[in-house]
Write a protein that binds this ligand. Structure first.
Ligand code: ZN
Length: 472
């Protein structure tokens, strides 16, 4: 891949360019990542250790919860200084540190958040896991953590050999869309946006709101002729099926990029068949940013081990061997706003075995977690992304968890776990919001339940289609 010349800070200093900050800082990290992807496990452990220790010492200094846990594990500064720990000794102490569960993070809340960041880490913002859990976890994140995330986003462009001058179409949610109707909402943007456009001159991009019938999405793709399409895999599958079924010739594509959920098994093959293009899927989480990227050469996923310690553990909390599937435990290394040490993110993953044909030595996953989301079936039998007034449901504070089930072609049931019963007004508000979003073809009911279980792969489906009739 030949990357374009970065933006230069001075006129007459065109090539090699002298970038200004933050482009210079992003490129400097990207350069280090180009080296670290070839480290051996031992070299990686050694390089990463001071970063983990800085995070632990910061957590100990500010939060009693971590001070006690780290002292008990012998990982506080004093215990570490008493003996110069070899890496195996260090790793053994790390393995004795208890796993932090999502339930604990929800319960402890403020007790896991620091009041003061080290200098240069910026300010504290928040990420909320809503889309994939139904039971939100609120994570405080620093500006610096977000900066690292951007550097890793650049790395994915490099790994996938993307042509940054191409035309990029995202079919995702446009938060700025106000009117909900069945028309196409397309927003042209001058470039690919941060971080790519911060560093390089890029081609144009477009944001197409996904809340549009499939035929409208396809028509827009045909008119725009994008080089890259980034969207939910379930939606991509429906676009491809619809185009094939209706014999619509889609314009050629360089790469399809699936985000936000797992790719259905047949999707990569269908992308090849229809577009002769590869499918890229990424394992990310709202709490942590990117966890694993798929390399072009081997097609499997490499852990982003410079950004997080990612462990895959069996039911006895022992590391899984290649071929085994276990729980994903993550320690994000750069988020000092809310240090999460050995956080169980709620996903399952299958460990892969090297070497990879791409030559990178970062650990491998054979499969990335997640489940594809279901689409809503209209009375006509056509499929559409499920938009049902998610925002309204999240606004009612006594709703702890929700799941939306389509039970018939004209009926949708909202399953709710509540802290206290909803008032009549709250009930009508939730039902009206859902009815407005779904359209007049659907009736909506509420069902109160004690618990909503995750699927066997650990993922939670916010929307499911479980039609009682046989033609679903
Ligand atoms: Zn590889």
């Amino acid at each position: 891949m030949i990357l374009p010349t970065p933006h230069s800070a001075f006129s007459g200093a065109i090539w090699p360019a002298i970038p200004q900050s933050p482009a210079a800082a992003l490129l400097a990290v990207l350069g280090q990542l180009a080296e670290s992807q070839y480290l051996t496990k031992e070299q990686l452990d050694m390089a990463r250790r001071p970063q983990v220790e800085a995070l632990m010492d910061h957590a100990s200094a500010q939060l009693p919860f971590w001070r006690h846990r780290l002292r008990a594990a012998g990982l506080d500064l004093k215990s570490r200084n008493q003996s110069a720990l070899t890496m195996p000794e260090w790793n053994a102490r790390w393995a004795s540190l208890p796993i932090l569960t999502r339930a604990e993070v929800q319960k402890l809340g403020e007790k896991l958040r620091v009041s003061k960041l080290p200098e240069g880490h910026g300010h504290i913002g928040e990420s909320v896991t809503s889309g994939s859990s139904g039971r939100p976890v609120r994570i405080a994140r620093s500006t610096l953590d977000y900066f690292y995330w951007q550097a890793f986003q650049l790395r994915e462009h490099v790994w996938r050999g993307r042509d940054i001058s191409g035309k990029f179409l995202s079919i995702l949610r446009d938060e700025r869309r106000e009117k909900m109707d069945e028309t196409v909402h397309l927003r042209p943007l001058p470039d690919w946006g941060a971080p790519a456009s911060v560093v390089w001159p890029t081609g144009p991009s477009y944001l197409l709101d996904y809340r549009t019938p499939i035929a409208g999405l396809i028509q827009t793709i045909c008119e725009l002729k994008p080089d890259y399409i980034c969207t939910f895999p379930s939606l991509l599958l429906e676009i491809l099926r619809h185009a094939r079924g209706e014999k619509i010739q889609l314009p050629p594509l360089i790469e399809a990029i699936g985000v936000g959920e797992a790719s259905p098994p047949e999707l990569a093959g269908l992308c090849r068949e229809v577009w002769d293009a590869p499918l890229a899927s990424t394992y990310t989480a709202a709490e942590t940013g990117a966890l694993a990227y798929q390399c072009l050469e081997g097609g499997r996923w490499h852990l982003q081990s410079e950004k997080s310690i990612i462990e895959v553990l069996d039911s006895e909390d022992q590391p899984c061997a290649p071929g085994e599937t276990g729980r994903v435990i993550v320690t994000p290394l750069h988020n000092f706003a809310m240090p999460l040490l050995r956080y169980e993110i709620g996903d399952l993953a299958t460990v892969g075995e090297g070497p990879c044909p791409c030559g990178r030595t970062l650990p491998i996953l054979d499969a990335i977690p997640g489940r594809a989301r279901d689409l809503l079936m209209l009375p006509s039998g056509e499929l559409r992304p499920p938009y049902y007034g998610h925002g309204a449901v999240m606004k009612v504070s006594s709703i702890r968890q929700h799941q939306v089930i389509q039970t018939r072609r004209d009926h949708v049931c909202l399953k709710l776990v509540v802290a206290k019963p909803l008032t009549r007004d709250e009930e009508s508000y939730v039902i009206k919001s859902a009815s407005d979003a779904l359209g007049s073809a659907f009736s909506v009911s509420i069902q109160y339940v004690d618990e909503i279980l995750r699927s066997p792969n650990g993922k939670f489906a916010e929307f499911e289609r479980r039609l009682e009739e046989s033609n679903g």
